[in-house]
Write a protein that binds this ligand. Structure first.
Ligand SMILES: Nc1nc2c(ncn2[C@@H]2O[C@H](COP(=O)(O)OP(=O)(O)OP(=O)(O)O)[C@@H](O)[C@H]2O)c(=O)[nH]1
Ligand SMILES: [Mg+2]
Length: 369
């Protein structure tokens, strides 16, 4: 029996088994086995790992535009990105990814127009995988929807889910530390619905016989499997509804209802018209927020703060990380820093490497000669 048939059989068995306490461990094992078999199938079909096609990353962050054909992805990319910025295309064996550079608040954000996600995923592994590997490496997934086909959002999300891209969730607080002996030991810091047998089955199915499993959130079987497998990626996502110029009168209410029906808060979705260039500032702002970018103005001796070209970092970045990004021998020569702005208790606060920076801080690094 081929792997594909095995996968089909496992899927059927899962579908046919009623879920209750006595079948839970069995279903857990089946789901873990299914995950394993899918992995095996991917390896067999060649082309390796799925990371191999990563588009060269440039700029401070990368956003992948994902949507069905003709929703206006290319038009939106052109409207958002600097007209002077160079727009070439990366030629893959079967797809092309069009990059553009969005300049906003001093940051350079690379947008990637990734056409054909659905065709690619449906038409064979190689092509789908190339498309997906581009999406996997992006820092944010921007779904572009047509107001007349909001329901297609589900298909996009499930395609990404099937391909190990988890959206808008933190990684599960699950860790598996292999040990020499003693079987699978589960250490949970929260009350779990899953029993230990189920957890052990899932871990063993992943080829681990002896391990300490630490669980720090109330996981279900699927989250547990995600936590045990280390090849899932976790990314934020954002929804843009394009062609808003075509929404007339009462139809707006219908679009809101459709959005809600598909788990999208209409307040969080950004309505734009790529063609009329409307709503673009709101979209840039939303992209910035979702990426969690912050600006730090470097105060260079004798020159004062550079407000024109901020150092762009992500929320939670420390002074040490700022030095790392600035490069050179700054890290070795670092003595202390002075921070003025939202993260500082007072102007010119003296801080060390561990100090967490905030948007619009002014930072001066004091070095040894
Ligand atoms: N009315 C209206 N039409 C738009 C808007 N944005 C794009 N279009 C039109 O929609 C059509 C498809 O736009 P594209 O940008 O090529 O769509 P795409 O998503 O890149 O399509 P594929 O490359 O085939 O995946 C074109 O005729 C655009 O002119 C918009 O905001 N309003
Ligand atoms: Mg296009």
């Amino acid at each position: 029996m081929g792997v594909e048939e095995e996968i089909e059989e496992i899927r059927e068995e899962i579908a046919e088994t009623p879920y209750n306490k006595s079948t839970e461990a069995h279903i857990g094992r089946l789901k873990a086995k299914l995950a394993q078999k899918k992995e095996q199938l991917e390896k067999q079909s060649g082309a390796g790992g799925g990371e191999g096609y990563a588009v060269q990353k440039t700029g401070d962050a990368t956003v992948a535009l994902v949507g069905f054909p003709s929703v206006g992805k290319s038009t939106l990319l052109n409207a958002l990105t600097n007209a002077e910025s160079e727009v070439g295309s990366y030629e893959f064996t079967t797809i092309s990814v069009n990059p553009g550079m969005l300049s906003f608040r001093g940051a350079n954000v690379q947008l990637l127009d990734v056409p054909g996600l659905i065709e690619g995923a449906a038409s064979g592994r190689g092509r789908g995988r190339e498309v997906l590997s581009v999406v996997r490496t992006a820092d944010l997934v921007l779904f572009v929807l047509s107001p007349f086909e909001v329901e297609r959002y589900d298909r996009l999300r499930s395609e990404l889910y099937e391909n190990k891209i988890r959206l808008d969730v933190e990684p599960p607080k699950v860790s598996v530390t292999r040990s020499g002996r003693g079987g699978i030991k589960v250490n949970a810091s929260v009350d779990l619905d899953l029993d230990e047998d189920t957890i052990a089955e899932v871990v063993r199915e992943n080829g681990v016989v002896n391990a300490d499993v630490s669980i720090r959130e109330p996981v279900d079987v699927d989250r547990l499997i995600d936590g045990v497998m280390d090849n899932r990626v976790y990314r934020p996502s954002l929804v843009a509804v394009n062609k808003a110029d075509l929404i007339e009168g009462d139809y707006a209410e219908t679009v809101y209802e459709e959005l809600r029906a598909h788990g999208i808060d209409p307040e969080e979705a950004v309505f734009v018209s790529a063609e009329d260039e409307r709503g673009l500032d709101a979209l840039r702002e939303a992209i910035w927020e979702k990426l969690g970018l912050i600006r730090v103005y470097m105060d260079k001796p004798g020159r004062g703060p550079d407000y024109e070209e901020p150092l762009v970092l992500t929320e939670g970045a420390t002074v040490g990380e700022a030095c790392e990004k600035l490069g050179g021998d700054l890290e070795e020569r670092f003595r202390f820093a002075r921070v003025t702005g939202p993260s500082a208790k007072h102007d010119e606060q003296q801080v060390g490497r561990d100090h967490v920076l905030a948007d619009e801080d002014v930072l001066r690094v004091v070095t040894s000669r």
